[in-house]
Design a binder for this molecule. Structure first.
Ligand code: FAD
Length: 510
């Protein structure tokens, strides 16, 4: 891409929204560049609870429009990315003092019927004294409800959107920050800086998309020098990971006495993921951490419900992110709407600036479609909406049936150890063939740099998925960091240090 070329869209921010918008745009025939200051999904989009969900609790705030749209999205996303998204059953122990049973039944009835459910099973009541789901819980919890939502590998969702966009002709620049942009000569002229070398260059685009998530306000004010007339509330949410708390593949949704809810979810085979919190945030967005008080809060909710107790010493990993929420002036952080707003600034025929405020992982595809609809007057030749039935890279599993795909993979590659075959199938879907290439035995995958991490995968991630260092691989493209001792993690870092220079920050997939 030459510096003097003008593209249709410059998307700033490589979270789920930026990547989704870029993908949608290039699929409609527009040209686009995305710049991300860190790694793809380096911020909020890898710090979520990882649910593609309608949001049962949002019904309490009468968010019917949001819940209906999000519920419908579950099935669309599940069909298009069945490798990284899968159904999850949730057990909700009933606590009469917090919410009456009729209220939960009504909520679940709406949840079952609002969003046109087809593939996911419906909800029902459960006797926790008899059902295996009751075994790990305190004996005082005798009744409960079971319902469905989906799990998503959030950071992989972002990378796969970027990958699809790149394969359709977009340019994705990671470790590249947009430091300034202004309107000049009927286009946007942006200055971007390579965070590794500090080198700056300019890019020109017909429209600018501000998909900087929690940075949205500061980006407009500091980089664009414009007034920010909208409201964004920054609310931190944190998660802890502990050794597996209970058997079974289901999750729990726990009601806390402050009326918030906390999830306990099976995680990475050996662990349980617990979250989240809602804490107003005004610190440095580049250094968001869980606090001891949040760890204490999450442990307390678990200890009120489970027979086994957890304490901060059990926490093997934690992460925190900042929700960029569209401010609806709710008093309570948990009550602020999870819906999004799109603000278009194109007064007087000026080159458009479109800012994304808020949103969820779940609704990113819908949001992207609406961004393109809003920009349509500026790009009349853009094609129609198309992502509804378009698999993400690797998501074209026959009949969207993951179990069958895994069985067939194992039959084709009997030399792949079962756990590795499963992990590859989940992470890469049908793209596993590209990773494996002509390999016919495990040793063809090269050296084992860390347990279960062979050079062929590192090479694939470096060449096709913008992985530049060990963190990108161990904590975002995968969660192998959780399973690896420090020495192995260092070997991964050494591999990147020793590997030939990446194909470039401009690497587009091929
Ligand atoms: C604790 C928590 C739990 C959540 N759970 C769920 C859930 O279960 N399900 C769900 O659907 N949603 C969930 N969400 C919401 C969801 O994670 C976010 O709404 C979503 O990830 C926001 O994506 P984004 O692309 O707008 O922002 P981000 O992912 O933050 O992406 C913005 C990107 O812009 C980059 N950037 C900023 N400034 C610049 C610049 N000047 N130049 C270049 N790049 C820049 C940043 O580095 C960042 O990567 C949760 C959020 C949190 C915090």
């Amino acid at each position: 891409m030459a510096g003097h070329d003008i593209v249709d869209l410059l998307v700033v921010g490589g979270g789920v929204n930026g990547a989704g918008i870029l993908r949608d745009a290039v699929g409609r025939g527009l040209t686009g560049i995305l710049v991300e200051q860190g790694d793809l999904a380096g911020a909020t989009s890898s710090a979520s609870t990882k649910l593609v969900h309608g949001g049962l609790r949002y019904l309490e705030y009468y968010e019917f429009r949001l819940v209906r749209a999000a519920l419908a999205e579950r099935e669309v996303l599940l069909a298009n990315a069945p490798h990284i998204i899968w159904p999850l059953r949730f057990v909700l122990p009933h606590e009469a003092s917090l919410r009456p049973a009729w209220m939960i039944r009504l909520g679940l009835l709406l949840y079952d019927h609002l969003g046109g459910r087809r593939r996911l099973p419906g909800s029902h009541g459960v006797d926790l004294r008899r059902d295996p789901a009751g075994v790990p819980l305190k004996p005082s919890l005798t009744k409960g409800f079971v319902y469905s939502d989906c799990w998503v590998e959030d950071s992989r969702l972002v990378v796969l959107n970027a990958l699809d966009a790149a394969e359709r002709g977009a340019t994705v620049l990671t470790r590249t920050r947009c430091v300034a942009a202004r309107r000049a000569g009927g286009v946007w002229e942006a200055t971007v800086e390579d965070s590794g070398t500090g080198r700056r260059r300019s890019l020109r685009a017909r429209a600018l998309v501000n998909a900087t998530g929690p940075w949205a306000a500061s980006f407009v004010q500091a980089a664009l020098g414009l007034d920010w007339g909208h409201r964004l509330r920054l609310i931190k949410g944190s998660h802890i990971v502990v050794p597996r708390l209970y058997d079974g593949e289901h999750a729990y949704i726990l009601q806390n006495v402050d009326r918030r809810i906390v999830f306990a979810i099976p995680y990475e085979t050996d662990y349980t993921l617990i979250g989240t919190t809602d804490v107003p945030f005004d610190g440095d967005l580049g250094a968001v951490r869980i606090s001891p008080a949040e760890i204490g809060y999450l442990c307390e909710v678990i200890n009120r419900h489970f027979r086994r107790t957890v304490a901060s010493a059990d926490v093997v990993w934690s992460y925190a992110g900042v929700r960029p929420l569209y401010d609806d002036e709710a008093v309570d952080a948990a009550a602020v709407t999870r819906d999004y707003a799109l603000e278009l600034d194109a007064a007087g025929g000026a080159p458009p600036l479109l800012s994304v405020l808020g949103g969820k992982i779940t609704t990113y595809r819908r949001l992207a479609g609406q961004v393109l609809d809003k920009l349509r007057p500026h790009f009349p030749a853009a094609g129609p909406a198309w992502t509804h039935a378009a698999p993400l890279p690797g998501g074209d599993l026959p009949d969207a049936d993951f179990d069958r795909f895994l069985r067939e993979l194992r039959a084709r590659k009997p030399w792949l150890p079962a756990a590795l075959a499963r992990r590859y199938a989940r992470a890469y879907g049908t793209r596993v063939e590209r990773l494996l290439g002509t390999a016919a035995a495990l040793h063809d995958l090269g050296a084992e740099i860390g347990p279960g991490l062979y050079e062929a995968e590192l090479e694939y991630l470096r060449r096709h998925e913008w992985a530049i260092d060990a963190e990108d691989v161990l904590w975002r493209r995968s969660k192998l960091g959780l399973h690896m001792p420090e020495a192995a993690r260092r070997r991964v870092a050494d591999w990147f240090d020793g590997a030939a220079a990446p194909r470039g920050r401009e690497a587009t997939a091929s």
